[in-house]
Ligand binder design. Structure first.
Ligand code: GLC
Length: 797
C-alpha cells in the first residue's frame, strides 16, 4: 500500500492518505528551538533541550497526541473537523487531506464541506518560536459562518519528566492569563516576581489576523471531562468559556468566529514560544504584515535547498535520487543537529552526545557543508581525553580542558558510562579524512585543540594519541582490546577480549594517519606505523580469517565469536564489510567474505547484522539475547551497517550488489508497501525486523540514527564513487550495469563540477577514460589545481 510520493521538484514528501501506519514525522527548527510534527500535527517542541526545555506536551508510546491542533467549525450546522485529519478524524470518503513535509516546514491541506484549509507549520530561521499559519477559503457557493480554534497544550514544567511524573508538584505551579489576543502561561510565578526577564518560565500562544472571540487557559475546560482531542467540548459548543487554569493543567486555546463569502479567504497566524508578555507582543506584532510568513518560508527553503544543492545527482532510479538529493541528506543534517536527543522514540532525556555516534554523524554532511562539519569535529576533538580515548558521553555543556573522564568516579556517576569504549576515537580518522578531502583544508592538521581533561595538541597530535590509545590497550593476541564495547553496544567481549571490527578500524586508521604523516613530513612516525600496521595485519590474517569469513572477535577467555562452527551467530556482517573498507582483505578474501554475506545474511529488506539470532547459545556478554530474535542487534537488519556493506561492495567494483543492498534497505524503495515497513518511507530507522519475526520488513526508531550518514557515505563515496583525498578527487563509480548514464552536480572546494558518467557498455565498476573540460586525463583522478570555477567532467565506464 502506498500513502504518498516524493515531489523531487519541491523537495517534499507528499502524504496523500493521512491514515499512515504510524505517525510520519518531520523536524522543524534549530538547536535553539526544536519542533517535531507528524502528518496529523501530533508532536512537541522545546527550547534547547527536549529534557529541560519542553514547551508542548506529547504522549510518548501512545496515539500521536496531542499536537498543534487547529479545529474548524461550521457555526451554522455545528459540524466541526480539524485542519489535520486527526484529532477529529472525519470520514476519509468525504474529508480530503494532504500533508507535505518539506525541508524544515510542514504544510497540511484539507477540503471538507466547501471549505479548504491550509495549515503551514515552521520555525523561522534563527528564531526561537514557531508559526502555525492557517488559511481558510470558502469554496462553496454560499456565505459561511465559521469558527477556528487553535490549541496548544503547554507542559506544566519545562522538565519533561517532572511534567509527566511529579504531578503532586507540577499541577500546582502554573497559571494562565489572557492578554492582547494571546494566552500567557507562567510557571512558579511568585518566585519570578521582581526577577529580570522571564527565566524561561513564561510561554505564550497568540494569534494575528483575527480577534479572539473566546479562550481557555485550562485544558479540561477546553476538552471537557471524559472527552478526547477529537471532540473537545469547546469546539462542540462553538466557543470557549474563558476559563484560566489554577491548580490544573494549562493550555492555550484561542477561538475566533467570522464569516466567509464564496471564494473569500482568511488567514490567521498562530505563534507559540517561550517569551514573556512584552516580548511575545512584539513577536506577534511583526506578523501583522501579511507578507512576513511567505518571506520566512522562502528563507527556510533557500537555506536548506542551498545546502542540499551542493550535491545533486540524476540517476535512472528516482528513489535513489530522492534519497540522496533530499531526504537522506536532510536526515543527515537532522541527526547531526539533534544527535539522539528527541524524536517520537527518544523522549529527550539524553543529556549529551555519544562520542561514536556524533563523530559518525558528521560524515553525512561533509559533502554538503564542510564548514559546519569542521566546527563539530573541533568540538569532538576537544572531547577526546589526553590518553587518546573518547569520552563515551560528551555533555551538552562540555567544558573542554576541565572535564572528568571515565577514570574518575564523578564522570561515571554523572553520565552512567562506566568505562572507555574501544572504537570511539577511531571514528575520527575517516571523518577527518573526509573533511580534509572535501575541503582541501590540510592546515587543519596543525590546528591546536584542547583535550577534554587537560593539555592540548594539534589535530595531528590528537590522532596520534588515538592510535596510541588502541596500541596501549591490547588483548592477549595483540589485537585492540574490546574494553567496554565496540560499535556493537550489545557485545561484551570482556575488557581484554578482542574485536575484529576495532582491529579493522585501527588498521584503517593507520593507513589514514600515514597519509597525514606524509603531509606533515613525519618520516619517523611513518616508519613506526609501517611496522605496527604490518604486525597487526599478520595477527588479523592468522587469527581471524576462517575459510570464507572473518570472525567477530575473541573473548577474554579465548572463546572465538562468530566462527563458522558456532550454533548461533556464526556469521557477522561488520567484520566482512570492514575487512574490505579497511583495505586489509585481499581480493580473494574480500570476494569470499562478501559472497558469504550475500548467501547467509541477505534478506528482501537488507542484510542482517548476524545470523542465526541468539536463542539458546548466547555467551555471557552477548547482550543481544535480550531482544527478540531478528530484532535490533540480535539478528535484525540493523540499518547503519547497510551503508558499510554498500560501500564495501562498491569498493570491490560490484555496482549491482551495492545497488541491490541499497534497494533492499532503502526507505524510498518501500514506498509502495509502506504497510509492511510502517516507518516513514523517506527516512531511515535504526533497524528492520528480519526473518524470524512475524513482522519481517517492519522498521523502527525513526529519524535519529547513524544510518543516515553511513548510507549517505555508502552511496556518495561508494556507488557514485566520489572519493576526495588530501589533494584532489578520484571519481570511481560502481553502479548497476543497467544504468546507462548518470549526472552529478557537485561543489568541490568552492568549484562547480558537472560530472557525466557514461556507461554504454553496461559495466558495474571501473572506467575507460576521463575528460576534464574536454582534456583527456591520465586516469580517474583530478588534482585540485587543475579545476576552473565551472568544470565539465566526463567519465566513460
Ligand atoms: C545504536 C547506538 C550506536 C551503536 C549501535 C549498535 O544505534 O546509538 O552507538 O553503535 O546501536 O549497537
Amino acid at each position: 500500500m502506498k500513502y504518498g510520493y516524493f515531489d523531487e521538484e519541491q523537495k517534499e514528501y507528499v502524504i496523500t492518505r493521512p491514515d499512515t501506519p504510524a505517525p510520519w514525522a518531520n523536524y522543524l527548527g534549530s538547536p535553539d528551538y526544536g519542533a517535531i510534527i507528524s502528518n496529523n500535527a501530533g508532536g512537541y517542541s522545546f527550547v534547547k533541550s527536549g529534557a529541560n526545555g519542553r514547551i508542548l506536551r506529547y504522549h510518548f508510546n501512545s496515539d500521536d497526541t496531542p499536537g498543534r491542533y487547529l479545529y474548524i467549525r461550521d457555526d451554522a450546522s455545528g459540524d466541526y473537523w480539524s485542519a489535520s485529519w486527526q484529532p477529529v478524524g472525519k470520514d476519509l470518503a468525504v474529508y480530503k487531506n494532504e500533508c507535505r513535509h518539506g525541508t524544515a516546514y510542514t504544510k497540511i491541506t484539507a477540503e471538507y464541506q466547501g471549505i479548504t484549509s491550509e495549515a503551514l507549520y515552521y520555525v523561522p530561521l534563527n528564531k526561537t518560536y514557531e508559526v502555525w499559519r492557517l488559511r481558510l477559503q470558502n469554496t462553496s457557493q454560499t456565505e459561511r459562518k465559521l469558527s477556528a480554534f487553535g490549541y496548544a497544550e503547554f507542559t506544566n514544567d519545562s522538565n519533561y519528566e517532572q511534567d509527566q511524573i511529579n504531578l503532586q508538584y507540577t499541577l500546582f505551579i502554573t497559571k494562565t492569563y489572557f492578554k492582547n489576543n494571546k494566552i500567557l502561561q507562567t510557571i512558579n510565578q511568585n518566585e519570578l516576581k521582581d526577577k529580570e526577564g522571564s527565566n524561561g518560565k513564561e510561554r505564550f500562544f497568540g494569534c494575528v489576523g483575527t480577534e479572539v472571540t473566546s479562550y481557555n487557559g485550562d485544558k479540561t475546560a477546553f476538552l471537557g471531562s471524559y472527552r478526547t482531542y477529537g471532540n473537545p467540548i469547546a469546539v462542540e459548543k462553538g466557543h470557549c468559556d474563558n476559563v484560566l487554569n489554577y491548580n490544573s493543567n494549562s493550555c492555550g486555546a484561542l477561538h475566533s468566529s467570522f464569516t466567509l463569502q464564496p471564494g473569500e479567504t482568511k488567514e490567521i497566524v498562530y505563534i507559540l514560544g517561550r517569551y514573556n508578555d512584552k516580548d511575545s507582543d512584539e513577536i506577534l506584532k511583526a506578523y501583522e504584515d501579511p507578507g512576513v510568513t511567505e518571506k520566512e518560508i522562502q528563507e527556510l527553503k533557500d537555506y536548506w535547498h542551498g545546502k542540499l544543492n551542493n550535491f545533486q545527482v540524476n540517476t535512472p532510479s528516482s528513489e535513489f535520487n530522492s534519497m540522496i538529493n533530499t531526504w537522506n541528506a536532510y536526515q543527515c543534517f537532522i541527526t547531526f543537529i539533534w544527535s539522539r536527543a528527541a524524536s517520537f522514540i527518544y523522549c529527550g532525556q539524553r543529556n549529551g552526545y555519544g562520542y561514536r555516534d556524533t563523530v559518525q554523524d558528521i560524515q553525512g554532511i561533509i559533502h554538503l557543508d564542510p564548514a559546519m562539519a569542521k566546527e563539530r569535529i573541533r568540538f569532538m576533538l576537544s572531547a577526546q581525553v589526553d590518553n587518546g580515548g573518547g569520552l563515551p558521553l560528551v555533555k551538552y555543556d562540555h567544558n573542554a580542558g576541565n572535564e572528568d573522564t571515565p577514570d574518575d568516579y564523578s564522570y561515571v556517576q554523572a553520565t552512567g558510562h562506566p568505562a572507555y569504549r574501544a572504537d570511539d576515537a577511531l571514528w575520527l580518522f575517516p571523518t577527518i579524512l573526509k573533511y580534509i578531502g572535501e575541503s582541501g583544508d590540510t592546515g587543519f592538521l596543525k590546528e591546536v585543540i584542547p583535550y577534554a581533561n587537560k593539555e592540548e595538541d594539534t589535530v595531528y597530535g590528537h590522532l596520534k594519541r588515538a592510535i596510541r590509545f588502541s596500541m596501549e590497550r591490547q588483548g592477549d593476541h595483540k589485537m585492540p582490546a574490546g574494553l567496554h564495547a565496540d560499535w556493537n553496544d550489545c557485545l561484551r567481549l570482556g575488557k581484554k577480549g578482542e574485536s575484529t571490527f576495532v582491529a579493522f578500524q585501527l588498521y584503517y586508521a593507520m593507513s589514514i594517519i600515514k597519509d597525514f604523516a606524509k603531509d606533515q613530513k613525519d618520516s619517523e612516525y611513518i616508519e613506526y606505523i609501517n611496522k605496527v600496521q604490518g604486525e597487526l595485519f599478520d595477527t588479523i590474517q592468522s587469527l581471524c580469517w576462517e575459510d570464507d569469513r572473518y570472525i567477530r572477535g575473541i573473548k577474554e577467555d579465548g572463546q572465538v565469536i562468530g566462527s563458522k562452527k558456532d550454533a548461533e551467530a556464526s556469521m557477522w556482517l561488520n567484520p566482512q564489510s570492514w575487512a574490505v573498507i579497511s583495505g586489509l582483505a585481499d581480493r580473494e578474501q574480500g570476494e569470499a567474505a562478501l559472497e558469504s554475506v550475500h548467501r547467509e545474511l541477505n534478506t528482501p529488506y537488507g542484510v542482517r547484522l548476524m545470523a542465526p539470532s541468539f536463542v539458546d547459545h548466547a555467551f555471557p556478554g552477548a547482550l543481544a539475547i535480550l531482544f527478540n530474535p531478528s530484532t535490533k542487534e540480535n539478528g535484525g537488519i540493523f540499518s547503519q551497517p547497510q551503508g558499510w556493506i554498500i560501500l564495501a561492495e562498491s569498493l570491490m567494483g560490484h555496482g549491482n550488489r551495492a545497488f541491490e543492498y541499497f534497494k533492499g534497505s532503502s526507505p524510498a524503495m518501500q514506498n509502495d508497501h509502506a504497510e509492511i515497513r510502517v516507518l516513514e518511507p523517506y527516512v531511515h530507522g535504526q533497524f528492520t525486523e528480519s526473518t524470524d519475526s512475524p513482522f519481517e520488513g517492519r522498521s523502527h526508531v525513526h529519524w535519529l540514527t547513524g544510518t543516515a550518514s553511513t548510507v549517505m557515505v555508502g552511496c556518495v563515496e561508494g556507488i557514485l564513487g566520489m572519493r576526495p583525498d588530501l589533494y584532489g578527487l578520484r571519481i570511481a563509480p560502481s553502479i548497476p550495469s543497467d544504468w546507462k548514464e548518470i549526472t552529478i552536480k557537485k561543489v568541490f572546494r568552492g568549484k562547480s563540477l558537472n560530472i557525466r558518467v557514461e556507461n554504454k557498455d553496461g559495466a558495474e565498476g571501473g572506467y575507460k577514460e576521463m575528460y576534464l573540460n574536454g582534456v583527456r586525463q591520465e586516469d580517474n583522478y583530478i588534482v585540485e589545481n587543475s579545476l576552473k570555477e565551472e568544470n565539465e567532467i566526463l567519465l566513460v565506464m
